[in-house]
Design a protein around this ligand. Structure first.
Ligand SMILES: NC(=O)c1ccc[n+]([C@@H]2O[C@H](COP(=O)([O-])OP(=O)(O)OC[C@H]3O[C@@H](n4cnc5c(N)ncnc54)[C@H](OP(=O)(O)O)[C@@H]3O)[C@@H](O)[C@H]2O)c1
Length: 277
């Protein structure tokens, strides 16, 4: 099981900062500015993907921050349509060219694709690590079954499964399976795309700590050793989302927040093949 030291999760040899900036939907100058400011504020982890169309802007923001490259953990992902070995390699190289980096810290399979053999994709993913294009590799949106399959097929350690995770969704089974395989879990849509903002329970708990509902939500996840990558296009929220390491939720508060999970809690639609449960 991954170990947590300070604000980093250690998993299968990787050290992943517990909070990162999500960048889905951020483009061009706004994206570059948010990345630059986030790093200046203390963020040391940025999440992007080939599919987001913003890797060039992420690279620009990283360079503008003035912080040394090796101090910031950069994740990118290869999209579902590029999971054939040749496409996978091309997509990875294109991502690096856009980022203007020789390697990323973490390369993920963005979504599984049941029409392409997993063996071929995992083989391509491992090749990217062996050739030094990615320091670490992992998966995203993988089910319990797919995690088991991937672990059997891989020749390199898989360090991370990035999944939708927030208090409205019970992800305990997939989290347990990921950790059993030695992978840290990263929560995407960690504040339920902003839905947690007006939540009565989170607001009440926040009031007791002098924190907002979003901060309580993010704290809940990191207190469970889950990496969070909230996205914002507002400078003031960069700071708000980062200030989650100076308070602790009680076990009663943690239990109450877990009780917010409901069967309709999922935001990002899953579907499209037999691999979905
Ligand atoms: N692997 C995958 O398949 C996958 C899927 C989805 C997302 N992701 C990654 O995960 C990241 C985060 O997920 P997400 O963008 O879906 O959702 P999210 O981070 O849960 O929520 C983002 C939304 O919440 C608002 N927000 C941010 N901070 C807030 C705060 N303190 N209080 C209230 N509202 C706040 C933002 O609006 P403002 O901009 O106005 O602040 C935005 O509308 C993505 O950016 C992407 O990097 C990965």
């Amino acid at each position: 099981m991954p170990a947590v030291e300070a604000q980093v999760v250690a998993s299968n040899g990787a050290r992943i900062p517990l909070i990162g900036l999500g960048t889905w939907d951020l483009r061009g100058k706004v994206c570059a500015r948010m990345v630059e400011e986030a790093i200046r504020l203390g963020y040391r982890h940025i999440d992007t993907a080939a599919m987001y169309g913003n890797e060039a802007a992420v690279g620009e923001g990283l360079r503008a921050s003035g912080v040394a490259r090796d101090e910031v953990f950069i994740t990118t992902k290869v999209w579902q349509s590029d999971l054939r070995a040749r496409d996978f390699e091309r997509s990875t190289k294109e991502s690096l060219a856009k980022l203007k980096l020789p390697s990323v810290d973490l390369l993920l399979i963005h979504w599984p694709n049941s029409s392409i053999p997993l063996k071929e994709t995992i083989g391509a993913l491992c090749k990217m690590k062996r050739e030094g294009l990615a320091r670490h590799i992992g998966v995203s949106n993988f089910t319990v079954q797919l995690i088991e399959d991937a672990v059997k097929l891989t020749t390199e350690p898989l360090v991370n499964n990035q999944i939708e995770c927030h208090p409205y969704l019970d992800q305990s089974k997939i989290i347990a399976a990921s950790r059993k395989a030695g992978m840290a879990v990263t929560a995407y849509s960690p504040i339920a795309r902003g839905q947690v903002k007006g939540d009565a329970v989170l607001m009440r708990i926040g009031k007791a700590h002098g924190k907002t509902a979003a901060q309580v939500c993010l704290r809940y996840l990191v207190q469970h050793d889950v990496v969070v990558i909230p996205r914002t296009s507002r400078l003031e929220r960069l700071k708000e989302n980062f200030e989650i390491f100076d308070f602790k939720l009680s076990s009663a508060e943690m239990t109450e927040i877990a009780g917010l999970a409901n069967p309709r809690g999922r935001i990002v639609e899953w579907g499209g093949g037999p691999e979905w449960d």
